[in-house]
Design a binder for this molecule. Structure first.
Ligand code: 13P
Length: 249
């Protein structure tokens, strides 16, 4: 079973509009000959309309939304609004949303359900903090995140999702998981999908690695049998490094 290879850029709260347009232009023009890899970008939502106009073959998503269709939720953007403005995917469960904005497992589950209901692709992020890795309980921690907010989906629904494993201690720190650490967790995630949905579905779901993945280490990480690509932060802000990562399979 061949799974989709995906390289996704999470731009987080970076760039001004002109930089974002330039970045998309550069990614589009330098990726024309790239085949067999889906490129996704998650710009700040405010830039969505402009990015959607020039995205060409790129998949465009948003980093956050509120899981209601409309209403009195000052400052939030809805799932229908992001769809209306050109997003086809959303990041859900990113550790920065969980930690800085105190998103609960319940809210994350509601976001998953809202995205599924509106046929928006989910990139579901999971991953353990340093103290959990240090006491070697990362497996049960990550499995519980998946059970709490993702594994309630039906067979058909889960197959529309991508999972991103992002150990928090590796995000923005320059400290990447070793190939062994990445493969160990990715194969564990696939075994849990097998436990809940069977081997065929497990083999069809792309599992991305995130956490200081860059142009120098992507090749090694992508050799892992169960690593199907990357969710890239810092190194996605420059077209050259992003495209180099996309060419690392
Ligand atoms: P860095 O690649 O900057 O470590 O960020 C990873 C990340 O959080 C992507 O969502």
């Amino acid at each position: 079973m061949t799974r989709k290879k995906i390289v996704a850029g999470n731009w987080k709260m970076n760039l001004q509009l002109n930089d974002a347009i330039q970045l998309i232009d550069d990614i589009v023009s330098n990726s024309k000959d790239l085949s067999g890899v889906e490129l996704m970008v998650f710009p700040p939502a405010l830039f969505l309309l402009e990015i959607a106009k020039i995205k060409n073959e790129l998949t465009v998503g948003v980093q956050n939304f509120y899981p209601k269709e409309s209403g009195a939720f000052t400052g939030e953007i809805s799932i229908t609004q992001i769809k209306n403005c050109g997003a086809s995917h959303v990041l859900i469960g990113h550790s920065e949303r969980r930690e800085i904005f105190h998103e609960s497992e319940e809210l994350i589950k509601q976001k998953v359900d809202a995205a599924i209901l509106h046929e928006i692709g989910v990139v579901f992020c999971c991953g353990e903090p340093l103290h959990i890795r240090e006491n070697e309980s990362q497996s049960s921690y990550v499995k519980q995140q998946l059970i709490d907010s993702l594994f309630h989906l039906s067979d058909a629904e889960i197959q529309t999702c991508v999972i991103a494993y992002e150990p928090i201690w590796a995000i923005g720190t320059g400290r990447t998981a070793t190939v062994d650490q990445a493969e160990e967790m990715h194969s564990a995630i696939r075994s849990w999908i097998t436990e809940f949905y069977g081997i065929e579905i497990a083999n069809s779901i792309s599992i991305l690695y995130g956490g200081s993945c860059n142009a120098s280490n992507a090749k090694e990480l992508f050799t892992c049998q169960n690593v199907d690509g990357g969710l890239i932060g810092g190194a996605s802000l420059q077209a050259e490094s992003f495209i180099t990562i996309a060419r690392s399979f």
